[in-house]
Design a protein around this ligand. Sequence first.
Ligand code: TXA
Ligand code: MG
Length: 295
Amino acid sequence: MRLLRAGGVIALPTETVYGLAADASNDDAVRRIYAIKGRPPDHPLIVHLPNRQALSQYLVDAPPWLAPLTNRFWPGPLTVIVRKSPIVSNIVTGSQNTVALRMVDHPLTQAILARFGSAVVAPSANRFGRVSPTTADHVLDDLGNDVDLIVDGGAARIGVESTIVDLTGDVPAILRAGAITAAALRDVVGVDIVTRSSGSVRAPGMLVAHYAPKATLVLVAENEVAAEVERRNTRVQRAIALDLPASAAGAARELYDRLRTLDKAGYAAIVASLPPDTEEYAAVRDRLTRAAHGD
Ligand code: TXA
Ligand code: MG
């Protein structure tokens, strides 16, 4: 890919959300990503590998859980945090000694990375703090002329960002919920997985105000949604209920698109209730909770 080799920045489809990709070994290209997103330099990026064999170049001290987890879930919506090797730039990691690694499960992006032959950094292709894009049109709406190319690979199959698991501690720790649940991870590693919602690592997904639509997102109990919509609907400001598919996978796939559609339609308030407190809904609950703290 000539554009990537020349330090270009391109939006690529993945199974989770669209990513904004640049050559991970080109500091200037990586700096451009931070600039386009409006992302603070101490919020690290995920390195997306072209193939499994590349993994060993990017890390030192491989933890025992790494091989079982990557064998089982890669390519797929799992990001692992491990100790970085010297080839990983401090610009990528925000000067931390750890790096986030992932392998994307999307045929188009796999083909592009295979031809490029090297790793790219790829944060979600949205402005910092906003809702991630799940279609090429979302990327165009958000970033338009700021990117050199947008590759349209259709709507993202999963719709929420990858599960991030930190493998640098005594036990694996989930830093961001995603399609791969704690139970699925536990089945592979054979130990309980902890969930860390804050800590010493900097992760923008961990800021409470994140993934936010422009409208105010209001969370109420399920049986109070209709009344809350009515209360918030005035002559000057419109409110609407957030309607999501009844399955966990369906809700994840539709969530960001619905929030964007309602934002575009100009609603001042979006009223929702949290889905059940189960592992399969963890990612949707997490994103809704953060989006509700967005304004
Ligand atoms: O599904 C995904 O992971 C998407 C697609 C495009 O691959 N990418 C994505 O990237 O969500 P981004 O940059 O929006 O989110 C990356 C998350 C951030 O919360 C970041 O702080 C965290 O990964 N992260 C990166 N490196 C880290 C590290 N060394 N330690 C802890 N967290 C890290
Ligand atoms: Mg993001």
